[in-house]
Ligand binder design. Sequence first.
Ligand code: GLC
Ligand code: CA
Length: 541
Amino acid sequence: MEEKWWMKSVVYQIYPKSFCDSNGDGIGDLNGIRSKLPYLERLGVDVLWLSPVYASPGADNGYDISDYYGIDPVFGTMEEMKRLIAECEDRGMKIIMDLVVNHTSDEHAWFVEARKSKDNPYRDYYIWRPGTPGAPPNELASNFGGSAWEYSEETGEYYLHFYHKKQPDLNWENPAVRKEIWKMMNYWIDLGVGGFRMDVIDLIGKDPDRGIKENGPKLHEYLQEMNRETFGKKDLLTVGECWGATPEIGRLYSDPERRELSMIFQFEQIALDKVPGKQRWDLKPLYLPDLKKVFSKWQTQMEGKGWNSLFWNNHDLPRIVSRWGDDGAYRVESAKMLATLLHGMKGTPYIYQGEELGMTNAGFSRIEDFSDVESRNMAQSRRALGYSEEDILRSLKKKARDNARTPMQWDDSPKAGFTSGEPWLPVNPNCREINARQALADDASVFYHYQKLIRLRKEEPILVHGTYSLLLPEDEQIYAYTRSWQGKTWLIVCNFYGTCASFSYEGEGRCVLSNYETEERRDLRRVTLRPYEAGIYELTE
Ligand code: GLC
Ligand code: CA
């Protein structure tokens, strides 16, 4: 495959609301982000993905957009946005914008018009069906719980919303809608952004009458049109959020010959610690061989025919060190192990703010502490179904989205250096030990391990191009694989748990990177891996 700049990049996701507050209102903002560019440059990332900063009433923390051309005043101004783009460019970094176009806010001018009357020119921008109060058109459910249909008094019809009722779904069948979206994307491209992360893009081909949400019949047709009409000739990074993707589907999006997107986020591994067929709130422990199976399937089946994204975390997922590492005694070791395991693979890695510090889950202790709309809806509906309070709390502590959304921990002061005011979501009290100031002062911190992994990707083509091959598929404790390229082989070996494990591989290796003190050359024939030990070795014989 032709080498593209984003194959060597590492993307850093910023959740602006929780990143850095410059004016003391308790909400992160664009000037806060600008003030932290030196920190991000030091980490070495070269692309910043901003979760939405557009004008929004905030029913879903900005994923409900009321004006795609405006910055929400809480985050700043368009002038500040332009400055941010320019300052990033000076530092060799690009901004990628969140593109939320499956739905708008119900306060977007299009919807305000559309709901007025059945013959309003904007009516067909959205999806309306007849029905009577209490009897929605069909059984389709919202991803946030309850029906996907909301009755609209003005015209006595229902409109479709796959998320919150304040997030009406756009009607992509309507060419006028698509034209408006291309125009908006081109506006941002002209402002100099480096690409787009496309929110729930696999839903735009929906066919609600046939119950089709994901992967609808016209999805790829629309994406090819998007590519032609917007970024196709521009060499941007585009990544689609695709919850229901398989590798076959992944190739449809990212095979360069099809001219759609650079890559997608797939979520198969994310389902491995829930009861199959149930919701993610229904917890089950991860079985390591399952994780290997999923990652290896994607690594192998995308080889040469598409491109993977690599991530553990985002603003919708709990913190990885709390989820599959150890956020107690081995927090630092396990955070580095998880980073090594992921960044050793083929694809473009994404780091979610605070992951490079080994930040943990929120540490909330009451159901009321969780403020996210999805969590609130879940608690309400599970109470009605008779779940116990303990059950609900256990699920929230493990999986709630707020776990990733507590403020970024910059220093050990009470508000973690995030704000001088009252943060919109409580700061995790463990900021006393876990924070950027501490990490920068400690050579052995998680931060510097990420820095090394990022640098390796820039310096070593084998990390970008090497073919992946899994070792020990059945082993329940060790995740090991190789990358091979132009006669060179790297071995990546990770002990996934907190007890020692024996490992053996024919040969000797030069240690490229480890999360423990290790000899420069190591006989790999008989190795005892320490708790959460992870290393990258170049095979020498
Ligand atoms: C995506 C976003 C999530 C949002 C949803 C609806 O999954 O990542 O935060 O709630 O789409 O826009
Ligand atoms: Ca602010």
